[in-house]
Design a protein around this ligand. Structure first.
Ligand code: ZN
Ligand code: ZN
Length: 182
């Protein structure tokens, strides 16, 4: 007569993907038991990989058109910024201008892109914009002087060694990238 000492039948959980592996964890979205290998800790608790995949798919909503628009806008606006900054070759002074103008230009470019693409997110949107601005700098700044550079032309050398321009373009790209990433 051992009514009080009836053993509590612990329902053991086994991982959905690994039926041999005992576990105490469950995905907190779909509720299926998962072993440590099959879950990831997130700010909202343990999630299985499938549920994380769904979450990501819902997070990135940018369309191919958004990518095309991002590339074109970054190329055109980046190109305008490159041409404007190209005029300013004032040695040290252009470096000071660049420190302010770079983040400013990046702020404008990223804001225009976000509005035109209705703030849809894409895994590679920020990268697309960064590459397009770099491409604009290459086409409009470096390409025209490249042949002269190889022949050792002194004017081409001094045009390329415009540190203000390089600081400007680096800050424009990094600001655009960071803003579109956020
Ligand atoms: Zn799940
Ligand atoms: Zn597992």
């Amino acid at each position: 007569m051992s009514l009080a000492t009836e053993p509590t039948t612990e329902t053991k959980l086994y991982c959905t993907n690994h039926p041999q592996t005992e576990t105490l964890l469950r995905c907190n979205k779909c509720g299926r038991p998962m072993c440590l290998k099959c879950v990831q800790r997130t700010p909202v608790g343990y999630r299985c990989k499938e549920c994380l995949g769904e979450q990501r798919a819902g997070y990135y909503t940018a369309t191919p058109l958004d990518y095309a628009l991002t590339g074109i806008l970054a190329l055109v606006l980046g190109g305008i910024a490159v041409l404007l900054m190209n005029f300013i070759n004032l040695g040290l002074f252009s470096i000071i201008i660049a420190i302010f103008a770079g983040p400013f230009a990046g702020g404008i470019i990223s804001e225009v892109i976000r509005r035109v693409t209705a703030k849809r997110r894409g895994r590679y949107i920020a990268l697309t914009a960064a590459i397009a601005i770099a491409l604009a700098a290459f086409i409009l700044f470096l390409l025209p002087v490249l042949p002269f550079l190889f022949s050792g032309n002194a004017r081409a050398m001094s045009a390329v060694l415009n540190w203000g321009f390089w600081i400007f373009i680096a800050l424009t790209i990094s600001t655009t990238f960071a803003r579109l990433r956020a």
